[in-house]
Design a protein around this ligand. Structure first.
Ligand code: AMP
Length: 249
């Protein structure tokens, strides 16, 4: 069995995002970029399936700038077998990502695509669902447990107020939730080994997909600054402020 794992290069989750002074977007100049954390979970899950002998090949794909090669190398160092970089400096919206991934699936014919449930930069939570619709494959989104059997996969999903268990026929699209696993750190020997693993360099045009933006971003703004708190002298003062200033009681 073969698994396709799409990973996105995003602003590192530890970095405090700064908005550009003209409000046209987030300032990414000299900012640390890393693999989307949900993508790391997807790679980890695929590697665990390979270690169990359930699958035999993991292909990682990223759509992004040349530097997204580093993101692919990280996945290769975690245990993926080979990579595909679809190189572009443009912002690629989820629908275009899904169309490109469909084209890769048509070529690679994997048994599963394991994506992150969302990318932490756009927080769109759309690509997996769109890919499933374009491929007409079943989907198991927000997986917190995954069991792969003969031609089927059982997915435990985190839903409001509980867990839902689904069974889907393969091929299928799975998206990962935070509690699915804890991704490993790549060991130094594996980082060295990953340097020799192949990365196929492609362009969106190679797949005949138009990635022109359909959405217009009007403005990006910082959240309003929190106002400083005040220390009240008595409980009566507190109740008065909650009633008459905050209007919450
Ligand atoms: P989103 O729908 O943008 O929140 O992204 C959900 C998931 O789609 C991510 O966790 C990735 O697995 C995949 N994805 C989104 N954008 C890209 C990209 N540019 N390259 C590779 N995978 C992507």
């Amino acid at each position: 069995m073969k698994v396709l794992v799409p990973v996105k290069r995003v602003i590192d989750y530890n970095v405090k995002a700064r908005v550009k002074p003209d409000g046209s977007g987030v300032d990414l100049a000299n900012v640390k970029m890393s693999m989307n954390p949900f993508g790391e979970i997807a790679v980890e899950e695929a590697v665990r399936l390979k270690e169990k002998g359930t699958i035999s090949e993991i292909v990682v794909v990223s759509i992004g700038p040349t530097q997204a090669q580093e993101t692919i190398r990280t996945a290769l160092a975690m245990g993926a077998d080979r990579g595909i970089l679809i190189e572009t400096d443009q912002t690629v919206e989820p629908l275009s990502v899904a169309k490109l991934l469909k084209a890769v699936v048509d070529e690679e014919k994997p048994d599963m695509a394991i994506l992150g449930k969302q990318a932490i930069d756009d927080d769109a939570n759309q690509t997996g669902q769109m890919l499933s619709a374009l491929l007409d494959w079943p989907q198991g989104t927000f997986a917190s447990e995954l069991e792969v059997g003969e031609g089927k996969a059982k997915i435990t999903r985190e839903i409001d107020g509980g867990l839902q268990t689904l069974e889907v026929e393969l091929p299928a699209v799975i998206t990962t939730d935070l509690r699915l696993n804890e991704p490993r750190y790549a060991s130094l020997p594996n980082i060295m080994k990953a340097k020799r693993k192949p990365i196929d360099m492609k362009k969106p045009e190679d797949y005949g997909i138009n990635i022109e933006a359909r959405l217009e971003q009007i403005t990006v703004a910082e959240p309003p600054k929190r106002e400083a708190g005040v220390i009240v002298e008595t409980v009566a003062d507190l109740v008065d402020k909650l009633k008459n200033e905050a209007g919450v009681i």
